[in-house]
Design a protein. Structure first.
Length: 395
């Protein structure tokens, strides 16, 4: 049902705050999680995630989940890479795995070039890379490269918040945000559909966050492009252990497939995730504001075939035993300067946005969630410098 989040509730819950996060992907859920974990969250507060489909229904259910601590370009987003990488390690690794995540692990990464090979890399070459691959060179030996399956991380954060029941945890409300009404006094006007009362609203709805332009009545311009790409997942091959090594492949024109930069991520369950298979579509801000691909995001058959061909050439194992499990597509949310929108909406109290994280939305999620929670509850962010991500920079 259509919903609007209405700012400023009447604080009836004994000094607690009603906080609504619009969007139940990894970014929105991470904001909710870090609000919930904060010692600055007032007693009796209610945290609600408003999600139009289901948790992790878009890119957070379909993304690769690769992260690299030192792969930032030295720019203002480097801090997001580093903080988030360390937070994932803290939440998911070893004995202290507080969330009970099974899909996190550190893993080495190889660069694959189809022109000749480097024999000294035998120790990190995975057993399934047994076809025609060309030159290999290391990009990371697993000390600062890792992976997680994002859907599991989203689900585990919600489970953790609700381990003592929803009343002390997070409410997940299924419904589409259709507007945000702002009231300076305590009277909240009810619009069509249901109204969720809120003292604070954080818009974290990936590419569709640009709908905030309308919700905030032009107070902020949020140019956004959705880059829609196909990815595939192979079933674990029977009777084969799948070594943990991620691959980044150079341009490969051997088969006319134009898989420019194939990315291959084996997962702990033995499945292999492949993206970077080219043929992306570019979805405009206007289309996203009209809900483009919100409920259905179909993959491209020809891209799936191209990726299959390219990978089966590299892997005799998968050429003979491989079976596709999933063919899917999702969007990366890209602001024009490739920097996210993270901060307050100008002219509003209690209104925030956290969106537009490009291809790093999963890799950066814990850091963004923590930073936004600090901003909302403490009035400023301590763990990150949010200045470069000012949501009003195009306004």
């Amino acid at each position: 049902s259509p919903m609007s989040a209405a700012a400023k509730s009447d604080e009836a819950n004994g000094g607690g705050r009603n906080i609504v996060v619009v969007g139940g992907g990894i970014q929105g859920t991470s904001v909710a999680f870090h609000l919930h974990q904060s010692s600055h969250l007032p007693e009796g507060s209610i945290i609600t995630i408003l999600e139009s489909q289901k948790l992790a229904s878009a890119a957070s259910g379909k993304g690769g989940g690769f992260m690299a601590r030192s792969w930032g370009d030295g720019s203002v987003t480097q801090q997001l890479h580093e903080l988030a990488f360390d937070m994932y390690e803290k939440y998911c690794d070893g004995d202290d795995n507080m969330l009970g995540v099974t899909s996190y692990r550190k893993l080495p990464v190889l660069s694959v070039d189809v022109r000749g090979n480097n024999p000294s890399l035998a120790r990190v070459i995975p057993n399934w890379l047994d076809g025609s691959v060309g030159r290999l060179s290391p990009l990371g030996f697993g000390d600062d490269t890792a992976q997680i399956t994002p859907k599991e991380f989203v689900e585990k954060m919600v489970e953790y918040m609700n381990k003592d029941g929803e009343d002390s945890g997070v409410k997940v409300v299924l419904g589409k945000c259709t507007g945000i009404e702002y009231e300076l006094n305590d009277d909240v006007k009810v619009v069509t559909g249901k109204v969720l009362k809120a003292d604070d609203v954080i818009v974290s709805a990936g590419p569709w966050s640009c709908q905030g332009e309308q919700w905030f009545e032009g107070a902020v311009q949020l140019p956004m492009e959705g880059v829609k790409s196909t990815s595939i997942v192979w079933k674990p091959p029977k009777d084969e252990d799948v070594d943990a090594t991620a691959l980044f492949c150079g341009e490969d024109y051997r088969f006319g497939t134009h898989c420019k930069f194939l990315e291959v991520y084996p997962r702990p369950d033995g499945s292999i995730y492949i993206c970077g298979i080219g043929g992306s579509d570019y979805i405009t801000t206007q289309e996203l504001q009209s809900d483009a691909f919100l409920t259905n995001c179909p993959p491209k058959e020809d891209r799936m075939e191209a990726a299959k061909t390219a990978f089966q050439t590299m892997s005799d194992t998968y050429a003979t035993k491989g079976e596709l499990m999933t063919v899917q597509a999702c969007m990366r949310p890209c602001p024009p300067d490739a920097k996210p929108y993270m901060g307050s909406i100008p002219g509003y109290e209690g209104a925030y946005i956290n969106a537009g994280h490009n291809c790093w939305g999963i890799a950066w999620a814990p850091a963004c969630g923590k930073g936004m929670a600090e901003l909302v509850l403490e009035g400023q962010c301590h763990c990150l410098d949010l200045t470069p991500f000012n949501p009003a920079r195009f306004t």
